[in-house]
Design a protein around this ligand. Structure first.
Ligand code: AMP
Length: 238
């Protein structure tokens, strides 16, 4: 993956070069953090780092860590901070993160946020994080989560209510039967929302108070949300 530097034209016609640096996508389960991270990844060639995806890969691989994590994930609870912090630290050593990356689903507790702030401050030359919070109402979140399906092969994401595949439960691109995440049920969603409100909402306030923070309306079409998120990043870095 090419390492990104974004060129932005200012109002007086000058071109300035912006390094994206660490970007946090914040928001409740189902606001579209993963979808938006993929949009930014495609536009700016910086990687998406999703702690949920890394954990699910560990679960699928049958690793001991994955077995313990799955029990918590299936209940809608968080896995311990030390575990996700270590996973993120290891991922940030990869050279593709040099000019920027999108953290999706991390940090999810104040402990993780404080760890991340300290970790980046200790790395010479790292830009400070900027945070963009995506807002979506409860009813819409519930439909997005309980309707969410994905293709286990090409990773395309569908929603049986909002963006159904052409043939029921089959991927449009490769015909593979779609799968549903084991934590995408209404019951687990409610627990994930409780966890979000008590542990993750304070993280949003932490970054709001630091000032390198913006909010976007996540109920617009995907490309409009992506445009708003990218505009917010350029504004915060510009
Ligand atoms: P996600 O794919 O981001 O919705 O994450 C799915 C599940 O993985 C969450 O409900 C948690 O159980 C776990 N998880 C993902 N990221 C974190 C994190 N940063 N801290 C703790 N648990 C996490």
């Amino acid at each position: 993956m090419a390492v990104a530097v974004i060129e932005k034209r200012t109002e007086d016609g000058k071109v300035i070069r912006i390094v994206p640096g660490p970007i946090l996508l914040l928001g409740a389960p189902g606001v579209g953090k993963g979808t938006q991270a993929k949009e930014i990844m495609a536009a700016w060639a910086i990687p998406q780092i999703s702690t949920g995806d890394i954990l699910r890969a560990n679960v699928a691989g049958g690793a001991e860590l994955g077995k313990k994590a799955k029990i918590l994930m299936d209940r809608g609870e968080l896995v311990p901070d030390e575990l996700v912090n270590e996973m993120v630290a290891a991922r940030l050593l990869q050279p593709d993160t040099a000019n920027g990356y999108i953290l999706d689903g991390f940090p999810r507790t104040l402990g993780q946020a404080e760890w991340l702030d300290g970790h980046l401050a200790a790395q010479r030359g790292s830009l400070p994080v900027i945070a963009v919070s995506i807002q979506v109402g409860y009813t819409q979140l519930l439909r997005r989560i309980t309707g969410r399906r994905s293709c286990p092969v090409c990773k395309s994401i569908y929603n049986i209510y909002l963006q159904p595949p052409k043939v029921d439960e089959l991927c449009d691109l490769d015909g593979t039967p779609l799968t549903r995440r084991s934590d995408d049920t209404e019951e687990v969603f409610e627990e994930r929302m409780r966890t979000y409100e008590s542990l993750t909402a304070p993280v949003v306030e932490h970054y709001r108070a630091l000032g390198r923070f913006d909010e976007v309306d996540g109920e617009q079409p995907v490309d409009a949300v992506a445009a708003a998120v990218m505009a917010a990043v350029l504004r915060l870095r510009g």
